[in-house]
Design a protein around this ligand. Structure first.
Ligand code: NAD
Ligand code: MG
Length: 399
């Protein structure tokens, strides 16, 4: 396999997108690897996108928000960058042939462009965990059909990918969780937590949605499901372990009692670079680990009373892809509502639990979740249902 050279980044102006461009900048500057940027896509940050497209001499820059097309065009005037806007333009950009496409849009909104990339034969480095939780089976089925690689970017999944070998004799896998900003908080403190407090992650710097998901541990719940789909293992083969220092990212346990773990400083540039350069590695400028300085690593189990998210993930994963889609979409609505001050912090997991149990008991049960259209339909239904619960049901935990 030749070293990946041409890459595209969907979600370029976000936390993962920027880290990926840092990886590219460093690899290109130190001569370790030469990456060429083909397409960059973003949601609405025309200024940030234009600066990236100029710096990296991208072939194409696409903004999902069509009202920003004029701004993007004028900021890129005099360059050779082709400019486009709108959701279908994002999908089209993802279909341009590349060696590797980084899927780093946030939320299930990223699914369509990921499927388009896979269908175009592009290997995908996948950061966008929500798209795996909703459409993981579809992504992997389409990838297998076309001989396309799907490489994990999430640090825990990258760790397992690096530890698992050919998967033979694997007994189970563990993903670690820092525990987030409320690891030691009381239920009372969590009930009154503000979005600013919830978004202040102790170890990782991330986009706001991912940070809030880390505070509820819904991030770990999504990752639990993501690991299940990506590595095709059962719920009983997946464990979550709280590890506050975020040094061990994941572990693979084998039938002879061996456990292989991957360690590294908590910096997404390491797993991003691995997914971009695989099967090789490329040099990064991340902090090197100094275990003697760290002294010790701590571990504890998840307190499921304060953090019901993992229990909800196990339940959803047991019920299959439609249930995991419901869990994800209800969470997206709940997190937006929390950021907008429409519900409390504890209401996020409560709303997800309500949506999931309504789904498991109710009429939406028969909705299939196999094609892009079916997933999009279930996504819409879940969002409507969750907004309805949010608006009508006043016995909310945090209220
Ligand atoms: P972010 O909010 O910082 O960035 C999201 C990016 O997606 C932005 O560039 C935004 O403009 C773009 N975007 C949003 N909607 C779009 C659309 N319809 N079309 C095109 N672009 C669109 O988020 P992030 O923290 O970078 O996370 C991105 C994804 O990676 C998420 O799924 C997250 O769960 C996952 N992830 C993030 C981290 C992390 O450390 N940040 C770690 C692992 C996985
Ligand atoms: Mg992660």
């Amino acid at each position: 396999m030749t070293r990946p050279h041409n890459i595209s980044i969907m979600g370029a102006t976000g936390s993962i997108g920027k880290s990926a461009l840092d990886v590219v900048r460093h690899a290109n500057a130190c001569g370790d690897q030469k990456f060429k940027i083909v397409a960059l896509a973003a949601g609405s940050d025309a200024e940030g996108l234009a600066a990236q497209a100029r710096e990296f001499d991208a072939d194409v820059a696409v903004i999902a928000d069509e009202t920003k097309i004029d701004e993007l065009r004028s900021r890129l005037a005099g360059t050779n960058v082709t400019v486009d806007a709108g959701l279908s333009a994002v999908v089209e950009a993802a279909s341009r042939p590349v060696d590797r496409l980084l899927a780093a849009i946030v939320g299930s909104a990223g699914l369509e462009s990921t499927i388009a990339a896979v269908r175009a034969g592009n290997d995908v480095a996948i950061a966008n965990k929500e798209s795996v939780v909703c459409g993981g089976k579809l992504i992997l089925r389409e990838a297998a059909r076309r001989g396309v690689k799907v490489l994990p970017v999430d640090s825990e999944h990258s760790a397992i990918f690096q530890c698992i070998g050919d998967g033979r004799s694997l007994e189970k896998m563990t993903i670690t969780a820092s525990g987030g900003p409320f690891r030691k908080a009381s239920l009372e403190e969590m009930r009154s937590a503000s979005p600013q407090q919830a978004a202040a992650h102790p170890n990782w710097s991330m986009g706001v949605k991912n940070s809030i998901d880390s505070a509820t541990l819904m991030n770990k719940a999504l990752e639990f499901i993501e690991a299940g789909f990506l590595f095709d293992v059962g719920e009983d083969q997946l464990d979550v372990l709280v590890h506050p220092q975020s040094i061990i990212h994941g572990m693979a346990h084998f039938s002879d009692g061996s456990v292989i773990a991957q360690l590294g400083a908590p910096d997404m540039k390491t797993p991003i670079s691995y997914a971009l350069a695989w099967p090789d590695r490329t040099a990064t400028n991340v902090d090197r680990l100094d275990l003697a300085k760290l002294g010790s690593l701590d571990f504890e189990s998840v307190d499921e009373d304060r953090f019901p998210a993992i229990r909800l993930a196990r339940c959803a994963y047991q019920h299959g892809a439609a249930a995991t889609t419901v869990l994800n979409c209800a969470n997206e609505v709940a997190v937006s509502a929390f950021i907008a001050g429409q519900c409390g912090f504890l209401d996020i997991s409560w709303l997800v639990e309500q949506a999931l149990s309504r789904y498991l008991e109710g009429s939406m049960q028969g909705i299939a979740c196999e094609t892009l259209e079916e997933i999009a339909f279930l996504d819409r239904m879940t969002r409507e249902m969750t907004r309805e619960i949010l608006g009508s049901d006043l016995r909310r935990m945090g209220g």
